[in-house]
Design a protein around this ligand. Sequence first.
Ligand code: AMP
Length: 209
Amino acid sequence: MSRLRVALAKGRLFEPSVARFRAAGIDPAGDAGRRLLIPSSDPGIEFLVVKPADVPVYVESGAADLGITGTDVLRETGADVLEPLELGFGYCRLVVASPAQGRYPQLEGGITPRVATKYPRLAQAHFAAAGRPVDIIQVNGSVEVAPLLRLSHWIVDLVDTGNTLRANGLVERETILECGAVLVANRASQKLKLEAYLGVMERLEAVGR
Ligand code: AMP
């Protein structure tokens, strides 16, 4: 039987992803530590641990057969992969937020809003669809601080509890996307390794119910 390589994202989704595979009887061998390729208790499956934004890249290219990623990252990259399974964790929202005190959606004097985000494509598409001009500023983290530092007027970012927004004096104005963790699959390997693929899917589905 062919071997499947599964790309997992470091960060928030990592523990629940591993827990789901464990429940399905597929246990990563030992602590990931510094190793990026990790064998599992199932000789037919190995794990690859990468940055969240890289999961769609590895799976689309076929360097990994399967992966777990958030739909936020997936839509932002626009990767051409299959999405056979919603996993029921990692729920959050991609939202537009702005300072509680400031005007919204118009700024004083008709200035074009600057919007800081890790999601330039999704943010641009959202405002373009509404015919609202904005200048997108791409940052890679700590987005919530951008309005405080006058880097931007607004932000587009992920929200879970809303605590981070509140702590930075921001309020949620619009939802762009409801997000959650999904299993993604490479189009070719789903066909070429069908038996192994269906086996894993069945086990993951069974423990998700
Ligand atoms: P919260 O304070 O609970 O609203 O969480 C917001 C912070 O956590 C922001 O910095 C987000 O970028 C991050 N965050 C929330 N949910 C997720 C998620 N599902 N995946 C990755 N980052 C997230």
